[in-house]
Design a protein around this ligand. Structure first.
Ligand code: TRP
Ligand code: ZN
Length: 476
């Protein structure tokens, strides 16, 4: 299975990196015929992604995060906007190498205690890393439960481009949107899509506020001026897609025509006219299931907050919108549930696979609704003298993740591919992509390989021209 092979390569890369960092081999090679002796070493401080070297970690695979959070938003006055978060993260993980030390990502919050399988572990923190020394050590393949008690002041963190992300404190709550590696601002985490996990949440907030996380609402109870909201998200999820947004929300619950339970969280301070288009959600679910196959998760819905991070995010099962939710953005974030969430990028360089598909879904939805056809959208993009052709779409760099070529040339690439291989092969490709790589990650190379497999065509030149050449494609 390709995703398995990828994981094996990743683990190897991490071990090599760990050796390089330590300046001497940390792990002696096992003698032939002596595979059983543990060779304890430290897990790497990163998952091996060149764009974000410290994101994620090596040596562990998280199975489940149970996040028990206690949050107080920023008071009405004064500046700066700061809240307070106390958390207990109970993390079930499996060691993928013999470990005498391993890391979780944690930034801006302070751990006060760590246990591993109930026994106190020693730990230290650097700017981005919580380094844990378990006693006893962990053997490769062993499962362990790590409990981290932590907390501190919450701020308004920004990503490397200066966009708000992570646990973004507001006066009436928090906007929690963590792409690409902002989850470490609110819980200890292997913050990379190659380590997907199930999640459960128990979030306590001042009475009157609502905490909205991923998946299904399993309960809420009020006592002593606080309300605790519990949510269950059992489907594998990349950490950046987790949310636990807090606000003056009204919850609107219904069942979509395809049977998916919908929970929308609508800020009471946003006019209903700003999100009327959410009424199209059910029809969009049916439309996208026709393109990509069954909706992959246990629920869906939108969060519409009265504050803004400046963009929307495809938080898994519960897309986040700043101040308004318009038709194009709604179908974009919904399409991401298949393309980005169910199938995630193997490396952040592969981001066009998320944004290209989501943007192309907007083009196809517009055609379905009787507006411009996908071909007309392609033609307009291709002919527009303003179109920027100088980006390598399949390697836009860490500062280029959300540049327009990743979205628009990504979409144009998919349309050009569809015309080249025909509708039957193209939609078989889309559905096989989700079936084969769903629940895990896949790379641009995996996509090109599958396109060749499904179409029977040699597509090397096609992908070279569309994804790897920073010029306008002239023939393909
Ligand atoms: N993934 C989001 C979307 O396209 C976009 C996004 C995430 C973004 N972080 C950002 C856009 C920062 C601009 C700046 O749905
Ligand atoms: Zn997007």
């Amino acid at each position: 299975m390709p995703s398995r092979r990828r994981h094996a390569l990743l683990a190897l890369g991490s071990a090599v990196a760990a050796i390089a960092v330590m300046g001497a081999p940390a792990v002696a090679l096992a003698a032939p015929g002596d595979p059983g002796t543990p060779k304890y070493g430290a897990g790497s401080d990163g998952a091996g992604d060149p764009y974000f070297p410290l994101a994620g970690n090596g040596g562990t695979d998280v199975l489940h995060y149970d996040l028990d959070l206690d949050y107080t938003p920023a008071p009405p006055e004064p500046a700066p906007i700061e809240g307070h978060l106390d958390g207990v993260a109970t993390i079930d993980l499996v060691a993928t190498q013999d470990l005498d030390r391993f890391n979780l990502d944690l930034r801006g919050l302070t751990a006060s205690s760590v246990t591993v399988d109930g026994k106190p572990a020693t730990f230290e923190q650097t700017e981005n890393e919580l380094v844990i020394t378990p006693r006893p050590k962990l053997k490769s393949g062993a499962e362990a439960q790590v409990v981290v008690t932590y907390g501190g002041t919450t701020i308004q963190p920004t990503d490397i481009e200066g966009a708000l992300y992570g646990w973004v404190t507001t006066r009436d709550g928090a906007m929690v949107v963590s792409e690409p590696e902002g989850s470490a601002t609110w819980f200890p985490v292997n913050d990379h899509p190659t380590d997907k996990s199930s999640f459960s949440f128990e979030v306590t907030v001042p009475e009157g506020l609502v905490a909205v996380a991923n998946g299904l609402l399993t309960g809420s109870s009020t006592a002593d001026g606080t309300t605790t909201w519990t949510w269950d998200a059992p489907d594998p999820m990349a950490a950046y897609l987790a949310t636990a947004s807090v606000g003056d929300f009204t919850l609107d619950q219904y069942t979509a025509p395809n049977g998916t339970p919908i929970i929308d969280a609508l800020d009471q301070d946003v006019l209903a006219s700003q999100y009327v288009d959410l009424a199209l959600t059910g029809e969009m679910l049916v439309f996208l299931e026709g393109l990509y196959g069954p909706y992959p998760f246990n629920s869906y819905g939108a969060i519409v907050d009265d504050d803004s991070v400046g963009y929307a995010l495809e938080t898994q099962t519960r897309s986040f919108f700043s101040r308004r939710a318009r038709e194009g953005t709604i179908v974009h974030e919904l399409a991401h549930q298949w393309m980005g969430d169910e199938v995630s990028t193997y490396r952040w360089a592969d981001i066009w696979l998320n944004e290209g598909w989501a943007t192309y879904s907007e083009w196809m939805w517009n055609e379905f609704r009787g507006r411009d056809t996908a071909q007309e959208a392609f033609d307009a993009y291709y002919a527009d003298p303003e179109t920027e052709w100088g980006t390598v779409v399949a390697d836009p760099g860490p500062f280029g993740l959300f540049l327009s070529p990743v979205y628009d040339r990504g979409a144009a690439t998919l349309h050009a591919l569809r015309v080249k291989i025909g509708d039957d092969a193209f939609f078989e490709l889309a559905q096989t992509w989700v079936e084969r790589f769903g629940g895990g990650t896949a790379s641009t190379q995996d996509f090109a390989d599958l396109a060749e497999e499904v179409s029977g065509q040699d597509l090397d030149a096609f992908f070279e021209v569309w994804l790897y050449t920073p010029e306008q494609p002239l023939s393909w």
